[in-house]
Design a protein around this ligand. Sequence first.
Ligand code: UDP
Ligand code: MG
Length: 311
Amino acid sequence: MHVSIIVPCYNEEQNIEAFYEETRTILNQLAMQCEIIFINDGSKDGTQRQLSRLHDKDDHCHYIQFSRNFGKEAAMLAGLSYATGAYSIIMDADLQHPPELIPKLIEKAEEGYDQVIAKRNRKGDNVSRTFFTNIYYKCINAMTDVHFENGIGDFRLLSRKAVNALLNLREYNRFSKGLFSWIGFEAATITYENVTRAEGDSKWSFRSLLNYGIDGIISFNNKPLRLAIYGGLLITLLDFIYIFVMFIQTMLHGIEVPGYFTTIAAVLFLGGVQLIAIGIIGEYIGRIYYEVKQRPPYLVAYSTKKKVDLK
Ligand code: UDP
Ligand code: MG
């Protein structure tokens, strides 16, 4: 019985040492064997040097080196597929996920839960980011079938069963928050105080968060397409009513020439609606395009751990 800690890293040179020390201390207190698997997601700083140093001094500390930056989703997937533990715990390298929670996560898992989710409050977070996040969660929950909860990220423990279920989802466009919820299983939640990043900056800009948000909505169902259909139907209905009213007016009072405003308004409005609808369709086609190429989600340049198939 052992535990795998999975840590995606992208330019985390300044955090790795501290993260390792803190986590190691906690892991040493456990009665279980533990491995730490770092995934170096194409870092451009000295992350690789740090990781190889840690591997040299600790046999149970491994790293997987990507050939370039593939994103955190890919890094988590790689970590999960290399993990051999009965439990896998996904953590950030910036110490925003407190290692002190590891024993608590394991304790819950021993009670029989397949997912133990660590939920944070948003204390100390950027005000505008919190504001938009709140709105976003309202929208995404209204628009998708799986449930998303504010404050829940990737910090969680997964049982072997849950890990295997995730590994069986071979989609290219991965949106883990949704996949975790999609696989189901018994889940327990524990809460913790929000911590701000130890060193360096978050890799998320407003734009990347917005794109991530759209990904979340589009990856999980075809409701946006439905919305386009309903929108189209509503506008058609309004058009009919308008045409009918205009027809009656023309019949009774003859043609009034000044119609410039209505014409322009209709052209602009319908143009906008059509572009949005085409955009939505385009998003789905784009995803199909990436999916049919069947490219691997990541490429491993070097790994200190052999991959074993536990499925
Ligand atoms: N990360 C990664 N690849 C990326 C971006 C981020 O592996 O392309 C890692 C990063 O090193 C960190 C975790 O994902 O361990 C979370 O990133 P970050 O702290 O920037 O996100 P935030 O905490 O602001 O959501
Ligand atoms: Mg962070």
